[in-house]
Write a new protein. Structure first.
Length: 311
């Protein structure tokens, strides 16, 4: 079966490279989902039919992985977390574009490995969610693999087993601690925050030790927070200086969030005046302390490559 699908995958990757902007490791995700689709469409003729029948979403009454990209738009908006909504929207856009721009054109062509069967958008979405949530990435194998039985293990931050691929190419799952009889086998899928768990696996953890909050540094939002903390009214807009209005730059300098642009000769008196002015006009030392805690927050890269503020 591999010899049937591999030339097709290679051809698709060559002819439709503009569509290969998939989630995760794009090309390897594409290979995995096309393998799933191929064997699913083969039905009982596929040697992997017994395994395909165990995947979520195949048997009646058993839902498939509910990854975020499959959420209807109103439900996606209810998540009220813009980075997650944007990532899920990008995945959904790719899924629908690949369905209409590539798979819908295959039936009746020489490149079609599905025997003339039209792969629907729903089937593509299901295969993509399966590939994202159940495939293992192995550097030694140079790609992703679906591993029967092992992919049934649930996620836990404190796992009791791990998966590895030996030099012989054999994939093994081994206990990393003593596992009592009857206890579930648990794997750690990775250090994912809840947004990435929902994007790739379709679930979240209430007490996720790896959870974080991605907060884009928007100057208008920051200044609104400043005046929320320290009181006062927003002054009228001034002339923009390096992307900031003059009153925005002055306020941030007074709060110590931007370096003072005055000369070194006048820095001492300016600092004293600024401190006095800041204390008298902007008041609350508690608000200033909160803002300085914000200043000390360190930007870090999240799993999806976004800049995130870790609190």
């Amino acid at each position: 079966t591999a010899c049937c699908i591999r030339p097709f995958i290679h051809l698709l990757c060559q002819q439709h490279s503009q569509h290969i902007v998939c989630c995760g490791d794009s090309l390897r995700s594409l290979v995995a989902l096309l393998q799933v689709l191929y064997h699913y469409c083969q039905g009982p003729a596929s040697p992997l039919h017994p395994y395909i029948q165990t995947l979520p979403g195949v048997q009646p009454g058993i839902p498939g992985p509910q990854v975020a990209m499959l959420y209807p738009e109103p439900e996606l908006q209810e998540l009220q977390y813009n980075p997650l909504i944007a990532d899920a929207g990008s995945q959904a856009y790719w899924w629908k574009q690949y369905s209409s721009g590539v798979l819908d054109q295959l039936p009746g062509t020489a490149d079609d490995p599905f025997g003339g069967q039209l792969v629907t958008q729903e089937q593509l979405g299901w295969a993509l969610s399966v590939a994202m949530s159940r495939a293992f990435g192995f550097k030694r194998l140079g790609g992703w693999a679906l591993v029967p039985l092992l992919d049934m293990a649930n996620h836990a931050a404190a796992s009791n087993a791990e998966v590895c691929c030996g030099e012989d190419g054999v994939v093994r799952m081994m206990a990393n601690k003593q596992v009592p009889a009857g206890a579930p086998i648990l794997l750690k899928y990775g250090c994912h925050d809840n947004a990435n768990l929902l994007l790739s696996y379709g679930f979240v953890l209430p007490d996720n030790p790896a959870d974080s909050f991605a907060w884009p540094l928007d100057m208008e939002l920051l200044l609104a927070a400043i005046y929320q903390f320290v009181g006062g009214e927003l002054p009228p807009s001034g002339k923009a200086v390096d992307g900031l209005k003059q009153w925005q730059r002055t306020t941030l300098q007074q709060l110590g969030l931007l370096p003072d642009s005055t000369s070194s000769s006048s820095s001492s008196s300016s600092s004293s005046s600024s401190s006095s002015s800041s204390s008298s006009s902007l008041g609350s030392s508690g608000g200033l302390a909160a803002l300085r805690r914000l200043q000390r927050s360190v930007p870090a890269a999240s799993d999806s490559g976004r800049g995130a503020w870790q609190f």
